[in-house]
Design a protein around this ligand. Structure first.
Ligand SMILES: Nc1nc2c(ncn2[C@@H]2O[C@H](COP(=O)(O)OP(=O)(O)O)[C@@H](O)[C@H]2O)c(=O)[nH]1
Ligand SMILES: [Mg+2]
Length: 408
């Protein structure tokens, strides 16, 4: 079809669930019956985006029909890919996105998913600046309306009831809604006229939504896609993380420098996987920090092992002391010896006046007495502690040892 270049052009993209009437709306817009194939012709239903052009009065209308978003479990990776392909068909960008719904259709979970997916794909400007809601099967509205002829479609939209996602979309797109009569020859033109009026009144007329605008919302899109897939993405990472944690728990006793190195490599690989999967979003920061901490711990393992060995040695000797407390006889013997040394020291010091070398023996005896003094008081303390339950003390120490075996 030949297009006159001077005519103003409207670039439109049809979006929405499969079967709501996107292709039929596209045909109405380009004014050709079979430009876009209806979805009930299964073999030829829209799988790839399709661009068709038509003329309407003084205008040229270019329409991109998109593959219908799946009815359930929208795969956002596919959706975003489809959207990019659809954008590529009209590099000039789009004046409006037509979110197609079927008049009277209940706003199901799937419809809500479609709304969320589109808002996330195109960014915040989608609803506010570019979205128009097209409701097909307009004749159903007229039939319902027969009793109350005064109620217009706009009145119906203002009173529409539904989930908050639908209502907030209506508010954000300032109730830009059009009723389409794809099956009524007489009223098709009216639908297109109303739509073009709306597109013209939209603030951004000089600024189309093109791939540059699309690129601006890439990180929001990534965050949304990843947040949807987070449980599946995290499961294998968690598994690898628990292996690393288990290793660290036993690392003090069983591992060696060689396996440490291998495990550190695995931890580093896991960190890289997380970095890749999170695509620069902060959604997996918690996991990332855990792995970083594990890598740090693995690096410090040799010195920690040494420290632990020293600590264990100390604990073992403590256990021995507790197991073998000094006997009463031992303590009495200590006391006697101390007194003996002190007495000898005194005697030697007195004797030193007669024979000076005895002074040395005297000092030595005092030193020995002092040492015994210390040992004696330590022994007495321990002896007193004997009153305590040594078994409890032992189990306490064993607990500490056990805790040192594990790592936090
Ligand atoms: N009665 C009526 N049927 C419509 C209207 N719009 C679309 N349809 C029918 O709805 C079915 C699905 O439409 P289609 O354009 O293939 O949906 P798509 O999957 O969104 O592209 C087809 O049988 C269309 O003929 C409409 O305004 N009125
Ligand atoms: Mg279709």
């Amino acid at each position: 079809m030949k297009m006159s270049r001077s005519k103003p052009t409207f670039n439109l993209m049809l979006l929405g669930k499969t079967g709501v009437g996107k292709s039929a709306t596209g045909n109405t817009l380009v004014n050709r019956k079979h430009a876009f194939k209806p979805s009930n012709q299964m073999l030829s239903c829209t799988k790839e985006p399709q661009l068709e052009c038509g003329e309407f009065g003084h205008y040229i209308i270019k329409v991109v029909d998109t593959p219908g978003l799946q009815d359930t479990n929208i795969d956002m990776d596919v959706t975003v890919g489809d959207v990019s392909n659809s954008m590529a068909l009209l590099p000039d960008g789009f004046d409006a996105f037509l979110l197609v719904m079927r008049y009277g259709e209940r706003c199901t979970k799937e419809v809500i998913e479609v709304i969320s997916a589109l808002r996330a794909s195109f960014g915040e400007v989608f609803a506010k600046e570019y979205c128009i809601i097209v409701m097909t099967h307009g004749e159903n509205f007229d039939m319902e309306d027969e009793e109350d002829q005064t109620k217009t479609f706009d009145d119906y939209c203002k009173d529409i009831e539904g989930p908050p996602e639908l209502l907030s979309l209506l508010v954000d797109c300032e109730y830009r809604t059009v009723l389409f009569y794809n099956k009524s020859k007489a009223r098709r033109e009216e639908s297109v006229n109303r739509l073009l009026e709306l597109v013209q009144t939209m603030k951004h007329r000089s600024h189309r939504y093109n791939s540059e605008v699309f690129a601006k919302f890439a990180s929001e899109r990534d965050t949304y896609v990843i947040s949807l897939k987070l449980p599946q993405l995290i499961a294998p990472i968690q598994e690898k993380l628990s292996f690393l944690k288990e290793y660290l728990e036993k690392a003090m006793e069983e591992s060696n420098a060689n396996t440490d190195l291998k495990v550190k490599e695995r931890a580093q690989e896991l960190l890289n996987t997380i970095e890749e999967e999170s695509k620069g979003t902060s959604l997996m920061d918690g996991l990332k920090n855990e792995v970083k901490q594990i890598i740090k711990t693995l690096e410090n393992l040799p010195s920690e092992r040494q420290q632990r060995q020293n600590m264990l040695k100390k604990l073992n000797s403590l256990v021995e002391t507790i197991k073998n407390p000094p006997s009463t006889t031992g303590i009495i013997a200590y006391g006697l010896l101390r007194r003996l040394y002190t007495a000898t020291g005194c005697l030697c010091m007195v004797g030193a006046f007669v024979a000076p070398p005895l002074a040395i023996a005297g000092v030595a005896s005092f030193v020995a007495a002092k040492k015994f003094d210390n040992d004696y008081s330590e022994a007495v303390t321990l002896y007193k502690e004997e009153e305590r339950d040594y078994a409890t003390a032992l189990s306490e120490i064993n607990k500490i040892k056990e805790m040192m075996g594990k790592r936090k």
